[in-house]
Design a protein around this ligand. Structure first.
Ligand code: UDP
Length: 152
């Protein structure tokens, strides 16, 4: 069922250091999505390289891995109808200067190398990323009492 679609969201070390994690979580909550997994960690180099393995030939790959392993990341799994594509819209473009005001990168970032947040780009990518960052037992299946006010 589409309501159980899940995406992987990570607030990067810039977002954590700048104290905007709460604002970001509030946006997904207010939208009507459900938080089913959350933890903070400083990612290992191995985890970072695996997460961004599709980009390993890119010139910015080393800087990207150095950056994402330089401090805490808040890793999250959010669930709901079309959450993958909708979270990408809420996040904005890869380049924050191309991101519309009202999006997370549009509101909080300037530089592509400090763009605050990651969100999975497709359902299959989300499944891969969720299993890379989380154990099955770290995810919580629950039904918020608000569900009847969010879904018809
Ligand atoms: N990135 C970068 N320089 C670039 C392109 C990307 O530093 O020229 C970083 C940026 O942090 C981006 C991440 O690499 O979020 C992953 O790139 P991707 O193309 O997957 O963008 P995203 O899906 O995060 O928008």
């Amino acid at each position: 069922m589409a309501r159980t679609e899940r995406t992987f969201i990570a607030v990067k070390p810039d977002g954590m250091n700048r104290g905007i994690l709460g604002n970001i979580i509030s946006r997904f909550e207010a939208k009507g999505y459900k938080l089913v997994g959350i933890k903070t960690l400083v990612p290992s180099k191995q985890l970072a390289e695996e997460h961004y393995s599709a980009l390993k030939e890119k010139p910015f790959f080393k800087d990207l891995v150095d950056f994402i392993t330089s401090g805490p990341v808040c890793a999250m799994v959010w669930e709901g109808e079309q959450v993958v594509v909708t979270a990408r819209k809420m996040i904005g473009e890869t380049n924050p200067l191309s991101s519309a005001p009202g999006t997370i990168r549009g509101d909080f970032a300037v530089d592509v190398g400090r763009n605050v947040i990651h969100g999975s780009d497709a359902v299959e990518t989300a499944q891969r990323e969720i299993s890379l960052w989380f154990e099955q037992g770290e995810l919580t299946a629950w039904e918020p009492t608000s569900a009847v006010w969010i879904y018809e």
